[in-house]
Design a protein around this ligand. Structure first.
Ligand SMILES: Nc1nc2c(c(=O)[nH]1)N[C@H]1C(S)=C(S)[C@@H](COP(=O)(O)OP(=O)(O)OC[C@H]3O[C@@H](n4cnc5c(N)ncnc54)[C@H](O)[C@@H]3O)O[C@H]1N2
Ligand code: MOO
Ligand SMILES: [Mg+2]
Length: 699
């Protein structure tokens, strides 16, 4: 071996991740490797007992171009609930190395029976050998010492060296060094084949995952879905429970904040108007007090000054018996207390040059003090509450107007979640690829339609492209990269929406990938609805890189894995993803003011309305159907009418994305009630604005 081998050590410990100085194991393991003289000084990293973070570190060290020959993990291999290192590492291992595991346990057992309380795993991922060790320095050292002599050889083989050459040369030496009997090695082709019963179950009871093991053949896969069938309401409840609380950000006040929800009450930093302003174009006057017996304002007055809306500097005070010409919005000169509209005046005389007004006659006799004057702060008083937590900055412009008028430069808002959209499937072709489709190829219609729908709701989106089903690791890498904002993801996403691969086929890999490779939790994998039965919702633990490692800083990211069928994907995006995004962007945080006006409090998800069916709607007998329809408001009776986008033949088939073209509503048809008959009133969920009876969109 000319050059030295590269090793990395991952310390898995909540304590050490808070206080790196408390870790003694990394130094102990480094010393053992150093004594061998075959290793470069190892790279050391510390992570908490968190499946996703363990997996991220291991994948960084195995999958990148800068990979390590050996990855040692220490900690999290015991029986405590938080010990999940084997669970994190096992799914990443492509070829297991039970011999190393046996060797380590056997060696430790000579020292203590507690060796039985360790659950080590070892094996190969890509070109790296991964071994988990106990967390205590003593236990970790014992285990590593038991196998350390073998590791250079094992790593060289793992990295792809010609094994025969190695066996011929260095093997004897290694065996002697390791104290292993050469005889053992001679028998290494003598496999123990196990019992070989092909059980119909895909899983043993010790398997904590619900999903199929992708490594199990078709004969070992589930023949009926292991996921309980949830009602739509139960599914929505789980989504709401798992959706994290919204995050607060501070943002500059500009048009980009439209569609955001206010996170903190906003108070006016400036009064509007800031000065006494005229409401009309006319003449500022000194109107007599109403108690004054001679309060007639009629008469001819000299025009002493001119006040325009944009004048700077100080205005000359108005002297008694004079008036000042003034424009709408302009500040009144001091002493003036009312404005007469120009329409209520007449020119009495001009200046000598004939260019200007010299005197003006006021025709109105009853102008009162304060008339046509906006007092300072009378529109918005200084320090008054202009927006409340929970208010939506609407595209109508009122809220942005208040902020702008008061010179509010930044505002605390709830961050809008960024949504990544990933299509999955070997059959998919980019929609605008000029190629001619061959075999089972289809155009990827889900990505453009989902991205457009999400953008129309005002959420930032990231196009994550297409992940192939084969090799299976492509999906895993695509999801991992998307969560971290690297590779195909231009920025990190809060929510991932995938389509395809969630049903019962052998290439339906979403569920196993989320559970087994990302350490995620699937909260549901089937919903009693049509379309959208295999809709899957999961969370994966995640910590932003660079953030402190306390538990509170760790957030879940959400994965909605929607069915591949295009109509199913769009319907479930509307039904399940939208309410979660609404909660994430703060729409659930309705202000106290709104709570007192429940009709104004924003509801999460699609608005619900009652509609009259214009014809017979066929019904699925078992699952609630979300029938795509056009809802129109009648001018004559004020009611909403629903017409299907297609009831004949395949009209509502899940593969028919056209069932959503022109649709603005999902008519909810609950099972067990027979067909929907003409004239019946049912519930509909509005996806878009209602059409007027003259087919113009009216809201
Ligand atoms: N044995 C069973 N088979 C199926 C069941 C079941 O319960 N048992 N459920 C059916 C239902 S319901 C649906 S919905 C689909 C869901 O399928 P998957 O989510 O697994 O999706 P795929 O198998 O990948 O694809 C299904 C279909 O959709 C097309 N597709 C996929 N992605 C796209 C895309 N981006 N753009 C356009 N079309 C796409 C794909 O080519 C397939 O035709 O499973 C049923 N099977
Ligand atoms: O439930 Mo699937 O979405 O009908 O075709
Ligand atoms: Mg499928």
């Amino acid at each position: 071996m000319d050059s030295k081998l590269k090793a990395a050590i991952l310390i898995v410990s909540d304590t050490a991740s808070q206080n790196p100085a408390s870790d003694k194991t990394a130094d102990a393991l480094t010393a053992i490797l150093a004594a061998e003289g075959k290793w470069e000084p190892p790279t050391v990293q510390i992570v908490p007992d968190n499946v996703f973070e363990i997996q991220r570190a291991v994948c960084d060290w195995t999958d990148a171009s800068n990979w390590y020959n050996l990855i040692l993990l220490s900690g999290g291999t015991g029986f405590a609930i938080k010990d999940n290192t084997p669970e994190a590492v096992s799914p990443l291992i492509q070829r297991h190395a039970p011999g190393l595991v046996h060797g380590m346990i056997a060696a430790s057992l000579k020292v203590t029976p507690f060796a039985m309380m360790s659950r080590p795993v070892a094996g190969v991922r890509e070109k790296s050998l991964i071994i988990t060790l106990p967390g205590s320095p003593k236990g970790a050292m014992e285990n590593l010492e038991a196998v350390v002599k073998l590791l250079p050889h094992a790593c060289v083989q793992t990295a792809g060296a010609n094994s025969r050459a190695l066996h011929a040369g260095g093997m004897k030496k290694l065996e002697n060094e390791a104290g292993v009997s050469p005889g053992l090695h001679d028998h290494h082709h003598h496999h123990h084949h196990g019992h070989g019963h092909a059980t119909p179950r895909a899983h043993t009871s010790s398997d904590r995952h619900q999903s199929n093991d992708p490594a199990a053949g078709p004969n070992r896969r589930y023949r009926s879905s292991p996921y309980p069938m949830l009602s739509v309401e139960e599914a929505l409840r789980k989504i709401s429970e798992q959706t994290p609380e919204p995050t607060v950000i501070e943002s500059p006040v500009d048009t980009s904040i439209v569609g955001s929800v206010v996170a903190e009450d906003v108070y006016a930093a400036e009064a509007v108007p800031a000065y006494r302003a005229s409401i009309v174009d006319g003449y500022a006057i000194i109107a007599p007090d109403t108690s004054n017996p001679d309060k007639n304002t009629k008469g001819v007055f000299p025009v002493a000054s001119i006040a325009h809306a944009n004048v700077g500097g100080t205005l000359k005070p108005l002297e008694s018996g004079t008036i000042a010409r003034i424009t709408t919005g302009a500040p009144l000169p001091p002493n003036a207390n009312a404005v007469v509209m120009v329409e209520d005046t007449e020119l009495a005389s001009s200046t000598a040059d004939g260019e200007e007004e010299a005197t003006v006659e006021i025709l109105a006799e009853d102008i009162e003090p304060g008339e046509n004057v906006r007092e300072p702060g009378s529109d918005i008083s200084l320090g008054s509450k202009i927006l409340s937590r929970g208010d939506l900055i609407s595209p109508v412009g009122g809220e942005l107007g208040l902020l702008a008028a008061t010179g509010t430069r930044t505002i605390k808002l709830f961050k809008k979640p960024t949504v990544g959209v990933l299509s999955t499937g070997d059959e998919l072709v980019q929609h605008d690829d000029p190629c001619t489709l061959t075999g089972g190829q289809i155009r990827d219609s889900n990505r453009p339609s989902l991205l457009s729908c999400l953008s129309s709701w005002g959420f930032p989106t990231v196009d994550l492209g297409i992940a192939r089903d084969t090799p299976a690791s492509e999906l895993e890498h695509a999801l991992r990269d998307s969560l971290r904002g690297v590779g195909r993801a231009s920025s990190s996403v809060d929510v991932i929406v995938t389509t395809g691969g969630v049903s019962m086929g052998e290439l339906d890999l979403l569920k196993p990938t989320i559970e087994r490779s990302l350490g995620g939790t699937i909260h549901f994998g089937r919903v009693s609805m049509k379309p959208g039965k295999p809709t899957t919702f999961a969370t994966v633990p995640f910590k932003e890189t660079g953030a402190a490692t306390s538990q509170q800083e760790r957030k879940s990211k959400l994965i909605f894995s929607l069915p591949g069928n295009p109509a199913s994907a769009l319907v479930t995006l509307n039904l399940f993803v939208q309410p979660s995004l609404h909660k994430l962007c703060g729409l659930g945080e309705s202000s106290q003011a709104l709570a007192q006006k429940p009709w104004m409090a924003p509801q999460l998800g699609l608005p619900r309305v009652a509609v009259v069916l214009t014809h017979r709607f066929p019904l699925d007998p078992k699952r609630t159907e979300y029938h795509r329809a056009v809802v129109t408001a009648s001018r004559s009776d004020g009611r909403l009418y629903a017409t299907s986008t297609g009831i004949e033949g395949v009209g509502q088939r899940s593969s028919r994305v056209g069932s959503l073209a022109t649709a603005n509503a999902l008519v909810v048809l609950r099972p067990g009630r027979g067909v929907g008959i003409k004239g019946e009133i049912v519930e509909a969920l509005m996806m878009g604005g209602v059409y007027g009876s003259d087919t113009r969109l009216i809201c």
